[in-house]
Ligand binder design. Structure first.
Ligand SMILES: [Zn+2]
Length: 83
């Protein structure tokens, strides 16, 4: 589980071409793709090591409504606007 105060980074997902239940996210730390269930949201990191391991990350498809929602939440957090 993630620490409460830290907003997790958003990794862009791509759909698995062979399995509609799977999305892939490119991890810049592991330098490979991690696979997750095909739904936007928070995931425990599948990282071998690196800074994402502790708190996990959010995944969303590029251009999706979920991605815009996460960006808005992050902006509110940064700008300290009440939710
Ligand atoms: Zn990783």
């Amino acid at each position: 589980m993630r620490k409460s105060n830290e907003f997790p980074p958003v990794l862009l997902a791509r759909k698995c071409p062979k399995d509609s239940h799977v999305w892939f996210v490119w991890c810049p730390y592991c330098r490979l793709e991690h696979s997750h269930s095909a739904e936007a949201g928070h995931r425990a990191a599948q990282c071998i090591a690196g800074p994402l391991k502790e708190n996990g990350y959010l995944i969303a498809l590029a251009g999706s409504a979920a991605l815009r929602k996460f960006q808005k939440q992050l902006w509110r957090r940064v700008a300290k606007v009440p939710e």
